[in-house]
Design a protein around this ligand. Structure first.
Ligand SMILES: [Zn+2]
Length: 212
């Protein structure tokens, strides 16, 4: 088994692929966003984070790395991880490398999910959900039979995306700019594999994981 990092633009389906790997192989999905959200407010680190948020400051890499370290130390030796949300830039990639070597662990595989801009755009902005039965639709790829009405229960569908076409474009471009150096870094380290994020994605990921 390999420890994995996904690099993927917004709405590329990283979450879905991670869930499938958790189900199939028992991977532990480590999201630094979740670690921060679920931090114990009574712990020293929790108090520090709350203080920063109160002052309107950003949580710095040192805090994220400490949370990550705690989480990695809690893994059983048989468990492998999928890392999500960190690193997002070259500095963080180097910090991660140091942390992992300190813990005698390694990042074995970096999967770059390739999804063309227009498809990521439609995935993000087309999302619709049923507030009643939780059925998921996409107005471009998986529309309901009647516009905005749930096929299963007849409720009015809602869009929960925070994005509009402009914010999505900004987010996507910011992502491309900050992760390009990351992609080069992992390519040079011989860890990067690019995977088609549109067709037969999970099958391709499985074969990459089992490839030695
Ligand atoms: Zn419904």
């Amino acid at each position: 088994m390999k420890n994995i990092l996904f690099i993927a633009p917004p709405a590329a389906g990283k979450g879905t692929q991670s869930d499938l790997l958790v189900q199939k192989y028992g991977y532990v999905h480590i999201s630094t966003g979740d670690l921060l959200r679920n931090i114990d407010p009574q712990s020293d680190l929790g108090k520090e984070v709350n203080e920063l948020i109160k002052m309107g400051k950003l949580v710095d890499d040192r805090i994220v790395l400490e949370l990550l370290k705690e989480k990695l130390l809690s893994l059983k030796s048989s468990e492998h991880f999928i890392l999500d949300g960190f690193p997002r830039n070259l500095t963080q990639a180097k910090e991660l490398e140091e942390l992992l070597s300190e813990l005698n662990m390694s990042l074995d595989l970096v999967i770059s999910l390739n999804v063309p801009y227009d498809i990521a755009f439609k995935r993000a902005l087309g999302r619709l959900n049923c507030p009643n039965c939780k059925a998921a639709y996409n107005k471009f790829f998986k529309p309901s039979k009647v516009n905005d009405i749930c096929d299963a229960c007849g409720s009015t569908l809602v869009s929960r995306t925070d994005d509009n076409p402009e914010t999505f474009k900004v987010r996507y471009e910011a992502y491309m700019e900050s992760t390009m150096p990351l992609i080069d870094y992992y390519k040079n380290a011989g860890k990067l594999v690019e995977v088609d994020g549109v067709n037969k994605t999970f099958g391709r990921i499985v074969s990459v994981i089992n490839d030695d």
